[in-house]
Design a protein around this ligand. Structure first.
Ligand SMILES: [Zn+2]
Length: 277
């Protein structure tokens, strides 16, 4: 049986090509079906037994967004990317970690002048994350990593984490998966020297490596679209155009390297949280 991790995402299975950077054989682990670490793909029997048997020690709540990602990248990118990192990290630590259903709309008022963006108010978003955490606590989960994949969620989650800990009395921490990227790593892999940025070289590279079917360059003509974009802030409009050009620097190998670094960093963070760090 193949020992490779297949790229199964939160809404189904991708084409068979493995993510070459992630090969469980190097950890000496046996093949694990990728759904096994996903709460929403598990039965109550499976989840109950994982909890009661003491194997399951921590959960990850991926926090993403549904928002414009320039002209070429699907709006679900932040949710899909952070969920992928969470899932791959959980597979490395199987059976100690599972991933809760991602929060797929985030705090994105800064992109509302670009069509398609959905945004939750800060208090709504934090209430959803808190209620999911409380649900997990009710079932007996004592360690939770809220793993974020969208810039607008970052500060609110970091600010709220101590309050969540106080109210629930369990170990809850918040981190962005891109906290893994030191300036040296960014310089090494990103020609634009930027990560995460937005729908530019990094995120497009991630998508090329993990889910290329979410990239749609066909028919994209930025110059033609520009007068119709309606971006109010001139600095933001300029950045939007710059990110569009930087996205063309993307390459699958860059995405693979960055994904692997994020997955290993996240697994390390989880190991620390469950007391093996
Ligand atoms: Zn993004």
């Amino acid at each position: 049986m193949s020992a490779r991790v297949t790229r199964r995402l939160w809404f189904g299975t991708l084409p068979a090509a493995p993510l070459s950077a992630l090969d469980l054989t190097r950890a000496g682990a046996e093949y694990v079906h990728p759904r096994k670490v996903l709460l929403w793909e598990s039965t109550r029997k499976e989840f109950r037994e994982a909890l009661e048997g003491g194997a399951l020690k921590a959960m990850v709540i991926p926090a993403g967004s549904t928002e414009q990602h320039n002209e070429h990248l699907a709006m679900i990118h932040d949710t899909a990317s952070v969920t992928l990192v969470a899932q791959q990290a959980a597979l490395l630590l199987y059976p100690q970690v599972m991933v809760a259903t991602p929060v797929s709309v985030g705090i994105s008022p800064h992109w509302m002048d670009r069509k398609g963006t959905l945004s939750l108010r800060r208090e709504t978003f934090l209430a959803v994350v808190f209620d999911i955490s409380e649900s997990l606590k009710t079932h007996g989960v004592k360690t939770i990593l809220i793993l974020n994949g969208h810039g607008g969620n970052d500060k609110p989650l970091r600010e709220a984490a101590p309050e969540f800990r106080r109210k629930l009395g369990i170990n809850i921490q918040a981190a962005n998966y891109w906290d893994a990227y030191t300036p040296g790593i960014i310089k090494k892999y990103m020609e634009s020297n930027k990560a995460p940025a937005h729908a530019a070289e990094f995120e497009t590279s991630f998508a090329l490596a993990a889910f290329p079917e979410r990239i749609h360059w066909e028919g994209v003509d930025y110059a033609k679209a520009k007068p119709r974009l309606g971006i109010k802030d001139p600095a933001s409009a300029q950045q939007d155009e710059q990110f569009h050009h930087e996205a063309k620097l993307a390459a699958a190998w860059k995405g693979e390297a960055m994904i692997r670094i994020a997955v290993e960093w996240t697994a390390g963070r989880l190991r620390q949280m469950i007391g093996q760090g």
